[in-house]
Design a protein around this ligand. Structure first.
Ligand SMILES: C[S@@+](CC[C@H](N)C(=O)[O-])C[C@H]1O[C@@H](n2cnc3c(N)ncnc32)[C@H](O)[C@@H]1O
Length: 210
C-alpha cells in the first residue's frame, strides 16, 4: 500500500537514522553473532544498518525504490547486508531459512489477507525454532480512528497514507492457530517515544513451533 507516499517520504530524507528501541530490544534479547534476519519493510534502513553493524546477516526488503537505491548507494560495502526492492507480501521462498523475521511498523501497512500470507511465508522461511518479531500500531494507538475510514475494518487514511490498526488478541490467536508459540507480547507506551509523544504500540514475538 501507499508506495508513492513512501517514495516521496524517503526522497525528503527527513527520517532519523538512529536505530529504533525495538531493534535494540530484538538484538539484545534474541540475537547472537550467527543470527540471520530478514526485515520486512526496512524503510531508510535505520534498523537494518544497526543489525548489519552488529554483524547480523541481514536481508532487508522494501517496496520503495527510492529507499532501497539510497541504501545500495551508501552501504554497498556491507557484505552481510542484502538489499531487495519488492513487495514483502508476495515473496518467493528463500533457499536458506532465517533465524528471525523482523517487522517494525509494517504489519499495519498491509491488509488482513496479506498479513495471513506473510505469517505463513514466515513459517516456511524460518529455521525450526525461528522467531517472528513484530512492532506495530494496535487498537490502543493514539491515531486509531483519525482520518477517513478506508477499505477493510480498522483501516484509516490519515497524513497521506493508510494504517490498519491491529487487534492484539485477534492477532495473537491467528499466530497461534497458524502454528506459532507466543513468547512475548505487550501493548503499551514507552516502546517508541518520539519528540514529546509517547504513543501506545503493540509488540509481539512468535516462535515457530517445530
Ligand atoms: C512506517 S515505515 C517503517 C520503516 C522501518 N521499518 C522503520 O521502522 O523505520 C513502513 C515501511 O514499510 C514499507 N512497506 C509497506 N508495505 C510494504 C510492502 N507490502 N512491501 C514492502 N515494503 C512495504 C514502506 O515502503 C515503508 O518503508
Amino acid at each position: 500500500m501507499d508506495k508513492n507516499y513512501w517514495n516521496e517520504y524517503y526522497k525528503k530524507g527527513i527520517v532519523t537514522q538512529l536505530p529504533s528501541l525495538f531493534a535494540k530490544h530484538v538484538f539484545s534479547s534474541y540475537c547472537d553473532q550467527n543470527t540471520s534476519l530478514v526485515e520486512l519493510g526496512c524503510g531508510n534502513g535505520r534498523d537494518a544498518i544497526f543489525f548489519a553493524e552488529k554483524n547480523i546477516k541481514i536481508t532487508a526488503i522494501d517496496q520503495s525504490e527510492v529507499a532501497i537505491s539510497k541504501l545500495k548507494e551508501n552501504f554497498h560495502s556491507y557484505t552481510n547486508l542484502q538489499l531487495l526492492n519488492g513487495d514483502f507480501t508476495i515473496l518467493n521462498d528463500f533457499d536458506n531459512p532465517f533465524d528471525i523475521v523482523y517487522s517494525r511498523f509494517t504489519m499495519h501497512s498491509i491488509t488482513e489477507e496479506q498479513e495471513t500470507d506473510v505469517l505463513k511465508w514466515a513459517l516456511r522461511n524460518l529455521n525450526p525454532t525461528g522467531l517472528f518479531c513484530i512492532e506495530a500500531r494496535g487498537l490502543k494507538n493514539e491515531l486509531y480512528e483519525k482520518g477517513e475510514p478506508v477499505g477493510e475494518r480498522n483501516t484509516f487514511f490519515y497524513e497521506g497514507h493508510s494504517r490498519r490498526f491491529i487487534d492484539l488478541s485477534e492477532f495473537k490467536a491467528k499466530m497461534q492457530e497458524l502454528g506459532y508459540e507466543i513468547i512475548d507480547y505487550a501493548e503499551e507506551k514507552g516502546f517508541s517515544p518520539f519528540n514529546d509523544d509517547d504513543e501506545t504500540f503493540i509488540r509481539i514475538t512468535g516462535k515457530k513451533n517445530n
